[in-house]
Ligand binder design. Structure first.
Ligand code: THU
Length: 134
């Protein structure tokens, strides 16, 4: 993927990161996605007093895209301020599988410039996908 696009995803994820609503965990997370056709969306984690109603940054970003009619995920970048960038949680991986493919790129980044790259296929071997229902 073009370095400029990765930089743009990181910039958008950082903007969302700043809006993180995380009064309970105090962990800020931002995410940005690029969808087929090139549209970009971002989201932050939004926590809840019930804890269980918390939505991760990845799902928030992806749902913003789907809400605008973009359903094919090409790449996602997840940004935290942690020393070791956070990989996506299992629930977010499952949501990525709904709109992505094994080739979907997953970048994990922090504010110090660390950037790791995976494919969704690497993160989700033997996954359950919409194809299993057809
Ligand atoms: N969180 C994310 O936003 N993405 C992840 O992949 C892992 C966890 C959020 C959820 C919660 O608000 C906080 O980080 C601590 O788990």
């Amino acid at each position: 993927m073009e370095p400029n696009l990765i930089a743009k995803l990181k910039e958008l994820a950082h903007e969302a990161f700043k809006n993180s609503y995380s009064p309970y965990s105090h962990f800020k997370v931002g995410a940005a996605v690029v969808m087929k056709g090139g549209s970009l969306f971002s989201g932050c984690n939004v926590e809840n007093a019930s804890y269980g109603a918390t939505v991760c940054a990845e799902r928030n970003a992806l749902f913003q895209a789907v809400s605008k009619g973009h359903k094919e995920l090409e790449a996602i970048l997840i940004l935290t301020d942690q020393e070791h960038p956070w990989p996506p949680c299992g629930m977010c991986r499952q949501v990525m599988l709904e709109f992505g493919s094994p080739e979907t790129k997953v970048f994990t980044a922090n504010l110090n410039g660390t950037l790791n790259q995976f494919t969704l296929g690497q993160l989700c071997p033997e996954s359950f996908t919409p194809g299993n229902l057809s």
